[in-house]
Design a protein around this ligand. Sequence first.
Ligand code: SF4
Length: 245
Amino acid sequence: MISTVHQPQLPGLPSDRPLQQLVLEVHDRLCAEYGCPIPYFHTLDPLSELVSALLSHRTKNKDSHKAFQQLVVPFPTWEAVRDAPTEQVQGAIAPCTWAESKAPRLQQVLRLIGERLNGEWSLDFLGEMPVAEARAWLESLPGVGPKTSAAVLAFSRLRGRALPVDSHHHRVAVRLGILPAKVDVGPAHQILEALLPAEWTAQQVYDHHKVLMLHGQKCCFYRNPACDRCPLTDLCPSSRVPQPQ
Ligand code: SF4
């Protein structure tokens, strides 16, 4: 067990082992706090998960869920969403933020997928590809970055081994010294995933995403982190709780 305040080191160097030890210690403590394994919250096919992820950007879960439901009732196929008048799609997804830009973007993505897949309307083939290749395929679509590609593979019924990093996860990792503050959420994906043990299962990677996110939502708040009840204070260079010398 790590018991001293961590000295951050950049990953990718021979000296990054202490950083991986810190990540594993954080993972174990947060799993004890929030309860692992954590059940998956979706069983969507990967194309539906992609649409759901595109709608969820900067939107509360309950609002993006409502938008998704309002979209799939009047438009029972993705082909129908692609071909509908854009204002009707925009109206259906109105509960999410920026519906006016998400509607044309969604139709653009569906048009590209329709062209590439010759009308197959299934992304299940991504499950047969190495994760890195599947992510590259997804990220070649407009508006799809590393968080969305990881979410499609990890949260859909493909249950891929990919680590999404949201703003909560990013904030906690920076405060713990796992990530340099200047590394943004996008590039953080590669750094944080490289620190996870290669033998971890998809469920363990998913748990890691969930516990870091939950910790940011429930304790390590953007303003006024609740360090006095955090199980990581002795590991955290940003802790507001004085540590014994
Ligand atoms: S000690 Fe404070 S700043 Fe550090 S992870 Fe815990 S809540 Fe966040």
